[in-house]
Design a protein around this ligand. Structure first.
Ligand code: EPZ
Length: 426
């Protein structure tokens, strides 16, 4: 297994280009199951999760051809309609194939994803949605069996906002008979990107960016990929991670290939701590060079446009160096504080009670060996390591490779002393 060695304190300078969005790519790749014609994607990030999703699609019968800068997927035939436990347990997002498989094939057999480090992450809402379209659902030996003679448009109100369940509903509704109205939907940019892609393929989804979207089902054979490729939007969580890295190291950097509008709550939160940010439509400059001390700022995570839970761990690392105490309330997942113990090993002073973390900022962090436990926790350890006196060894960086495209190369280019090492090799 690889590990990182980061020699702090770091100073970042220059500019970084953000890669395509992991969390938009995963559902948008699943949507290729709906198409009998080839579809080309551009700006897919080079991540292990994406490579894994492509393997899953190939297992379902897709021909995948990589020709820089495109990846072409052709689902001429479905080889089978099963996503096995061995695949789904490794990446929860693989469960998103269930809606498109049902829409295309009227049947699907997909393993229940099981839990992960940040929580139980059940999928009962996805199943309720599929039943609302008329699917017969049964769960046996850890598999979900979904069958439907036909899928009919429905009106469904989500009891709570779920990104994945909204995406399952949209990908099922687009070829269901008649109209579907979905209420209390996810407004995450990744969900909007999926819907916009489907509209480009010939579906009729309206009400995007509001709490209620309406979908007029179309015949699946009418879906056309068109000649242009589908361009993936930039990864707002990666952008946020670099913004926080620049802030904690009193640096000034330019971050390119972003959609500033999607980062509003992080921009305003960072400005509250004293960071200066100049934003344009698709890039921003973050300047923390005059930041004498980081002002503490409380956050609570919530669905978009609230503070993203995927930036909570990174924010915590930043608050570990604030002048004073701050609080973080994690309201999206029940166990998303695995990074606390590791940050405390670096000298942070963080206490957890339930879903509330209290961070007492410290003068300095000291290097130590730490363990990445999940994707965003590993990003938080990298951020802390940048502000640490001495060398920090971050083990199990395969977690970070799931969601950050060449983060060590990008940090090195910004001036960070970071080495990727192979376990067992000095
Ligand atoms: C997506 O996960 C993201 N993953 C997550 O990013 C992100 O943290 C999450 O949305 C919230 O923004 C991808 O897009 C691939 P949810 P998802 O359904 O769809 C509960 C990362 O780091 N729930 O909005 O799984 C669930 O347990 C990852 O990139 C049910 O109880 O999230 C959670 O507590 C981590 N039953 C809450 O809802 C269900 O049927 C929100 O989950 C579905 C969800």
């Amino acid at each position: 297994m690889d590990y990182f060695l980061i020699k702090g304190k770091s100073k970042l300078s220059g500019e970084v280009k953000i890669s395509g969005s992991k969390n938009a790519s995963l559902p948008m790749l699943c949507a290729s199951i709906l198409l009998k014609k080839p579809i080309k994607y551009k700006n897919l990030p080079n991540l292990s999760d994406i490579r894994f999703m492509l393997k899953i699609l190939q297992g379902l019968g897709a021909k995948v051809v990589k020709k820089e800068p495109y990846i072409k997927i052709h689902f001429k035939e479905l080889a089978n309609n099963e996503a096995s436990y061995d695949l789904v347990r490794k990446m929860r997002a693989s469960f998103l194939v269930i809606g498109p498989l049902l829409a295309r094939n009227k049947s699907a057999k997909v393993s229940l994803p099981g839990g992960c480090a940040i929580g139980a992450r059940p999928v009962e809402l996805h199943l309720k949605v599929l039943e609302a379209f008329g699917a017969k659902i049964s769960v046996k030996d850890g598999y979900v069996y979904a069958k439907a003679k036909e899928l009919n448009g429905t009106t469904f109100t989500f009891p709570f906002i779920s990104v994945g369940a909204t995406q399952t509903a949209i990908m099922t509704a687009v070829t269901a008979k008649g109209k579907t109205v979905l209420k209390n939907v996810s407004k995450e940019p990744e969900t909007i990107a999926l819907a916009k892609m489907l509209n480009k393929l010939g579906t009729k989804i309206t009400g995007l960016k509001t709490d209620t979207i309406t979908i007029d089902g179309v015949n699946i054979n009418k879906l056309r990929p068109g000649l242009r490729s589908i361009k993936l939007p930039p990864d707002r969580i990666e952008a946020a991670t670099f913004m926080i890295a620049a802030s904690i190291t009193n640096s000034k950097i330019k971050i390119k290939n972003i959609i500033s509008k999607e980062l509003e709550i992080l921009i305003s939160s960072l400005e509250q701590t004293g960071v200066k940010i100049k934003k344009a439509k698709d890039y921003l400059t973050i300047d923390a060079t005059k930041l004498k001390e980081i002002k503490p700022f409380d956050i609570e995570t919530s669905a978009y446009p609230g503070f993203p839970t995927d930036i909570q761990a990174q924010w915590m690392a930043y608050m570990a160096r604030a002048k004073g105490s701050s609080r973080i309330e994690e309201k999206m997942f029940e166990n998303r504080f695995m990074h606390v113990a590791e940050l405390n090993r670096l000298g942070a002073d963080i206490k957890v009670s339930g879903n509330l973390a209290t961070i007492n900022g410290v003068e300095k962090l000291t290097g130590a060996p730490v363990m990445a436990t999940d994707l965003r926790a590993s990003a938080s350890l990298v951020i802390a390591a940048l502000a640490t006196n001495g060398t920090t060894r971050i083990n199990r960086v395969y977690h970070i490779d799931r969601g950050y495209d060449l983060i060590d190369k990008k940090l090195k280019k910004l001036g960070v002393d970071i080495e990727r090492k192979k376990e067992g090799k000095v």
